[in-house]
Ligand binder design. Structure first.
Ligand code: FES
Length: 176
């Protein structure tokens, strides 16, 4: 059978490997215990727990979805539904620096695609791919909610506003 695209809901990569399981390392477990004290129910702690998963492993693997579901007494489908709803949760491994270029209207009319195309050219990768050294992933994203300072590129958790090709290239050099 032909391999399905990894974004397809039935792609093999989206199912947990029964031979694999994950568990928070002690430092992250302490943070998780603290998160639980801040919310009225386990379910309410889902979003911050997923952020903690991402902070710990860089992405939210199918195994992590099962782990979170057991921690919070939720079904894996419930957790996965939330993970797949928000694009701030990475459903695939990303590079050390995740370069998310907004190409929505305000950014697009201020040349966001020039930045996006130039990044892919300079890094010699296709959109959505990670460089072979694991340093950079380039992704196209919808509105980042900072249209007044378009075009915007989000690098991990930081916004870089009023960007242009030159500014992006010098930022890239600093990150290398
Ligand atoms: S359109 Fe890019 S931040 Fe809103």
């Amino acid at each position: 059978m032909a391999e399905l695209h990894p974004d397809n809901p039935y792609a093999k990569d989206r199912f947990a490997d029964p031979a694999k399981s994950v568990e928070f390392p002690p430092e992250a477990k302490k943070k998780f215990d603290y998160i639980l004290t801040r919310y009225p129910s386990k379910e309410a702690a889902l979003l911050p727990t997923l952020h903690l998963v991402q902070e710990t492993w860089g992405w939210i693997s199918p195994e992590a979805v099962h782990y979170v579901s057991s921690l919070l007494d939720l079904s894996p489908a419930n957790v996965f539904g939330v993970v797949s709803f928000y694009n701030m949760y990475n459903q695939k491994p990303v590079g050390k620096y995740h370069l998310q270029v907004c190409t929505n209207l305000s950014c697009m009319i201020r040349n966001a695609y020039d930045i996006y195309d130039d990044l892919c050219d300079k890094l010699k990768i296709e959109p959505g791919q990670t460089t072979p050294d694991g340093l950079f992933t380039v992704t196209e994203v919808e509105c980042l909610g900072s249209c007044g300072t378009a075009p915007v590129v989000q690098v991990n958790n930081d916004y870089h506003e009023e960007m242009d090709v030159q500014k992006m290239e010098s930022l890239l050099e600093k990150l290398k």
